[in-house]
Design a protein around this ligand. Structure first.
Ligand code: GLA
Length: 438
């Protein structure tokens, strides 16, 4: 089947029964503390990096002042080790009073005042993975209400110190409890990661009905090996995972490491490209106060973000795994467009990979191609024309492709009018049909 026909089949077969809270119609984006800052609670000796309200206000300042928010990075998410070791006298969770002296509601206000959203972390079990109070079944309702009272916008519910039957009761129960508060709270479920991530133990139809996103697999660590392990698992299991993603319900391969210590620039582009192909949530876990301009440029690349956020929400697939170590990935996008990624697992030198759009399943025609990371428009390409891409070791070439077409009437006064001054004059039926890049 050609992939354009596949697009329709995939679009109609998935996402019909998403969790009905209306949230996260495109993959959520933001910042999450865990991978970079872990359970550092030593505020006396390490005040800059410990899990405390100033870490989150610092990141909120950066998200709102350094151009992140406008690109869609709006969630600031607390992970483990935020709470006191004891619940309060009424059985409610409470923040550690030393590290969060003004309390979570105050932090939520700070974050909302900057046009951002606040996420928090809990655990469906006796303790969180870090040993803080968990949410046992008898506490589901009170914790949901506490989070709503604090004006929390998203909950990541982990699954340490728990078992499969407990999780089977607890995860749906929390979904109902969150809905019952009347506050829209995005719901991230770690349930499948604790059950091996695959059917029959994991029921993705049910997950789509109760969660907005779910961790399927192991925790990401700050290394290229970890990224490769995650990429392999997700694409080796794409026949199971690809159809279950869609607006309001996303597979979550875990946080972005870009800006940390373990990835080269090529590897960072690879993570960004493949997370966009996967329609993955984009939660950075890095230090936005000190991030390099190279890492920032990757994370703030508008076209890769636009691909990730495509409103059809169709997860992409791996098309080929060549013996040479080159892999090709494709994600169908709205307006007849698509994203292609050529990824090299080689460890020698840039590899010149030759193919044609026809070989990759494109329908006959002429296509416009935009190279996402070099930010260059390439010459128009016929489906049958053979071309060569040069792919760096552990790097990618990513293309945004759309059929060549014409501008719409009145385009002169549109957001694209500047571009009309170029030599080519295109015409689309209306602006809504125009692709992401022109
Ligand atoms: C688990 C989760 C991680 C993180 C830690 C916190 O390992 O998968 O993402 O939340 O717990 O302790």
């Amino acid at each position: 089947m050609q992939w354009s026909a596949l697009t329709l089949v995939l679009a109609f077969s998935s996402a019909t029964l998403a969790l009905d809270n209306g949230l996260m119609r495109t993959p959520p984006m933001g910042w999450l503390a865990w991978e970079r800052f872990r359970c550092d609670i030593d505020c006396n000796n390490d005040p800059q990096n410990c899990i405390s309200e100033s870490l989150f206000t610092d990141m909120a300042d950066r998200l709102s002042e350094d151009g992140w928010r406008e690109l869609g990075y709006v969630y600031i998410n607390i992970d483990d080790c935020w709470s006191s070791k004891q619940r309060d006298s009424q059985g409610r969770l409470q923040a550690d009073p030393k590290r969060f002296p003004h309390g979570i509601p105050n932090l939520a206000r700070y974050i909302h005042d900057r046009g951002l959203k606040l996420g928090i972390y809990g655990d469906m079990g006796t303790f969180t993975c870090g040993g803080y109070p968990g949410t046992t079944l008898d506490k589901v309702q009170i914790d949901a209400q506490t989070f709503a009272d604090w004006e929390i916008d998203m909950l990541k519910l982990d699954g340490c110190y728990s078992n499969s039957s407990y999780q089977e009761q607890g995860y749906p129960m929390m979904s109902k409890a969150l809905n019952a508060t009347g506050r829209p709270i995005g719901y991230s479920c770690s349930w499948p990661a604790y059950q091996g991530g695959l059917p029959p133990k994991v029921n993705y139809t049910q997950l789509g009905q109760i969660c907005n996103l779910w961790r399927n697999y192991a925790d990401i660590q700050d290394s290229w090996d970890s990224v490769l392990g995650i990429v392999d698992w997700f694409f080796d299991n794409q026949d199971v995972l690809q159809p279950v993603a869609g607006p309001g319900q996303w597979n979550d391969p875990d946080m972005l490491l870009i800006g940390d210590f373990g990835l080269s620039l090529d590897q960072s582009r690879t993570q960004m490209a493949l997370w966009a192909i996967m329609a993955a949530p984009l939660f950075m876990s890095n230090d936005l106060r000190t991030i390099s301009s190279d890492a920032r440029a990757i994370l703030q690349n508008k076209v890769v973000i636009g691909i990730n956020q495509d409103h059809l929400g169709i997860q992409g697939r791996r098309l080929f795994k060549e013996k040479t170590g080159i892999e090709v990935y494709l994600r169908p996008l709205s307006k007849g467009a698509s994203a292609l990624v050529f990824f090299s697992r080689r460890t020698d030198m840039p590899y010149r990979y030759m193919t044609s759009l026809k070989t990759l399943g494109y329908t006959p025609g002429v296509y416009e191609v935009f190279d996402v990371f070099s930010e260059a428009r390439l010459p128009e390409l016929k489906d049958s024309t053979e071309f060569v891409v040069s792919v760096n070791p552990s790097g990618v070439v990513m293309w945004y492709i759309h059929p060549a077409a014409y501008w719409w009437k009145g385009a002169e006064s549109s957001r694209f009018s500047e571009k009309l001054k170029g030599p080519k004059f295109h015409r689309y039926a209306n602006e809504a049909d125009a692709p992401l890049v022109l």
